[in-house]
Design a protein around this ligand. Structure first.
Ligand SMILES: Nc1nc2c(ncn2[C@@H]2O[C@H](COP(=O)(O)OP(=O)(O)O)[C@@H](O)[C@H]2O)c(=O)[nH]1
Ligand SMILES: [Mg+2]
Length: 297
């Protein structure tokens, strides 16, 4: 136990590079919701992995947002800045195939971080056929900023993750664990109820609408081994309400069913999930409404 290592590892990058997929595979559990659409992750989320030799607390963060004019986007960028405080290692995740100006913005932020804390994680290498191209890509990035380690991985397939983990453990300070060994996250069951409902909406609704949704959990109680959940879906306009409900309630029904199945897996209990849709005008650009919807807890 004397050589036990413990530390915090933040996962940073622009939207869609695979940060949440990486967190889920590193902790062997689906905690963070994943989609091909930006803005899927809105909150920092800790995933805790404890082994005989170390406890690593991974922090998944929202993708860095450009020009944060809206209060919601400002909130997401604040989450990213917080995740850089009191951190032992930062994983800067990039997509092996695509670089864009948002990656440049992430580099600007990371320039203030000591390079011995910085790992460059090149994700989605499963999708790269020309490995020489990959080497050139890595070269270009490492000419711009120094990294302690550079690790190509496929978060989706799990390739390279064991190596990544052992490099991380090597860098962590010696110290006792911060969390009980069976704890996998800092978030409570309520949080996942809201997130898993939001994930199903993101998957089913066309591109713009998911950004206009937020979920609150108005009731959460366990009785006779069944978890009873009341989830409210907040939209900003009446028209959006009918889209979320769908013809004859089809969309909402499908969302409720799929989210329930995911939650039953996570909790390992039966779930009774009820959903409502309500309108709150312009919620995503009001600090006050964001507070009411739980964004500053
Ligand atoms: N081919 C491939 N796709 C991936 C990989 N990791 C993530 N993705 C996909 O990239 C998209 C964005 O993933 P997500 O984890 O939500 O990215 P985030 O916005 O950075 O958290 C999803 O469609 C994932 O399935 C990978 O290693 N290989
Ligand atoms: Mg994410």
């Amino acid at each position: 136990m004397s050589k036990f290592r413990t530390g915090f590892v933040s996962i940073i990058g622009r939207p869609n590079v695979g940060k949440s997929t990486l967190l889920n595979h590193l902790v062997d559990q689906k905690l963070s919701i994943v989609s091909r659409k930006p803005q899927t992750t809105r909150w920092n989320l800790q995933g805790i992995k404890t082994s005989a030799e170390a406890q690593i607390v991974f922090i998944d963060t929202p993708g860095l947002q450009k020009q944060p004019k809206l209060a919601l986007n400002r909130h997401m960028n604040r989450e990213v800045s917080h995740s850089l405080e009191h951190i032992d290692i930062i994983l800067f995740v990039v997509d092996a195939l695509k670089w864009n100006e948002l990656d440049d913005n992430v580099i600007d932020i990371l320039k203030n971080v000591a390079s011995d804390k910085l790992f460059l994680v090149i994700n989605k290498v499963d999708a790269v056929s020309d490995k020489n191209q990959l080497l050139a890509y890595i070269d270009t990035i490492s000419n711009r900023i120094d990294f302690k380690e550079i690790i190509p991985v496929s978060a989706l397939k799990g390739d390279g993750l064991e190596g990544l983990e052992s490099l991380i453990v090597r860098e962590l300070p010696v110290g006792p664990p911060h969390f009980p060994e069976d704890q996998v996250t800092d978030r409570n069951e309520r949080f996942f109820a809201a997130e898993f409902v939001r994930e199903q909406l993101i998957l089913r609704l066309s591109d713009e609408l998911p950004y206009r949704l937020s979920i609150t959990i108005d009731e959460f109680k366990e009785e006779n081994n069944i978890v009873h959940i009341h989830a409210c879906i907040w939209v900003e306009k009446k028209g959006q309400k009918s889209i979320v409900i769908g013809k004859e309630g089809k969309v909402l029904k499908a969302v409720g069913k799929a989210a329930r199945l995911e939650l039953e897996k996570l909790y390992d209990k039966k779930v009774n999930l009820k959903t409502w849709v309500k309108v709150k005008t312009n919620w995503f650009d009001s600090e006050n409404a964001l507070k009411q919807l739980g964004y500053f807890d």
